[in-house]
Design a protein around this ligand. Structure first.
Ligand code: PMP
Length: 306
């Protein structure tokens, strides 16, 4: 992955992809204290546009604030850096990885002389699921791993180290023949997927999603809540049990990388009709139309890279 053409924005400079290197004693590599974002850009009639760039960049700054990490760049500079990277790599659609991490100026938990470095990389990254999954839905299982507790790691921060938990849960799910894991919180209530928020549609047609206690404050989650309410559908954010998912009429995951992904089976129980439900389909279509600039609503959610 490191051996390819292109440029990466690294501490304010565009450097060739192969030369965007850091030292093995980089502090974040040892302890996981860093913050990042995963963002997508889509091709629209006005050229490539980054979807909800401002909300992602604001979350990056919030994550850094939570970890007491000072990002040595202004907000506007990082906005420009992200636009530049998509443009300079000649990408029509892209996945962007923006990350802030500590350097190798010191070692140990007490190091207090660490420099904060920032990178922005972008590359073409089509959905990592089988394209059919967007229609057919995926099979998931409840994880044996618990989602981070709010007072163990900071769940509102999209922090590098938090993803050990996600990777363990995902690997376990994949090993057991599922496509994604559903993590419960420390009290046993539904939290989220390894990198997605979850929604269900109940028999009464009301849409439910877990409240923002231990799950990440997902930007796609927020987008879907806007769409559902615009359609006149009721959305409730509430504590949810795994068996509420079992008996839901529809269920789906949301995330910048995963987009809107129907769930057809959970822990061996078929959800609804075992395929993408009508509300999921409608919201999914709105999502793809929105990100590709085919809707006139929410124009502020698209930032052109030109
Ligand atoms: N939960 C977790 C743990 C995630 O990593 C992600 C992806 N950032 C999400 C939810 C979805 O968030 P978003 O819609 O902002 O990508």
């Amino acid at each position: 992955f490191a051996d390819r053409d292109g440029v990466i924005w690294y501490d304010g400079e565009l450097v060739p992809w192969r030369e965007a290197k850091t030292h093995v004693l980089t502090h974040t590599l040892h302890y996981g204290m860093g913050v990042f974002e995963g963002i997508r850009a889509y091709n629209t009639d006005n050229g490539p546009c980054i979807f909800r760039l401002h909300e992602h960049t604001k979350r990056l700054f919030r994550s850094a604030h939570i970890l007491r990490m000072h990002i040595p760049h202004a907000y506007d500079e990082l906005i420009e850096a992200q636009r530049t990277v998509v443009r300079e790599n000649g990408l029509d659609s892209a996945y962007l990885r923006t990350m802030c991490f500590y350097g190798s100026e010191g070692m140990g938990l007490r190091a207090d002389n660490l420099k904060v470095h920032c990178i922005v990389a972008a590359w073409e990254w089509p959905s990592y699921m089988d394209p059919e999954a967007k229609e057919k839905g995926i099979k998931i299982c409840t994880s044996s791993y618990t989602r981070h507790h709010v007072n163990i790691t900071m769940c509102k921060a999209k922090a590098n180290g938090n993803y050990i938990n996600s990777m363990l849960a995902l690997k376990e799910a994949l090993d057991s023949g599922c496509e994604e894991a559903l993590l419960l919180d420390n009290e046993g209530y539904v939290a989220e997927g390894s990198g997605e928020n979850i929604f269900i549609v109940k028999e009464d047609g009301i849409i439910y999603t877990p409240e923002l206690t231990s799950c990440l404050e997902g930007i796609t989650r927020d987008t879907i809540i806007h769409f559902a309410r615009d359609l006149g559908l009721e959305v409730r954010e509430k504590r949810m049990t795994r068996d509420e998912v079992y008996v839901a009429r529809e269920a789906f995951f949301t995330g910048s990388a995963a987009e809107v992904l129907p769930i057809r089976e959970h822990d061996g129980r078929i959800i609804g009709d075992g395929r993408r439900g009508p509300i999921t389909e409608k919201l999914q279509r709105m999502y793809f139309d929105q990100v590709t600039g085919k809707r006139s609503e929410y124009p502020e959610w698209l930032t052109s890279v030109r």
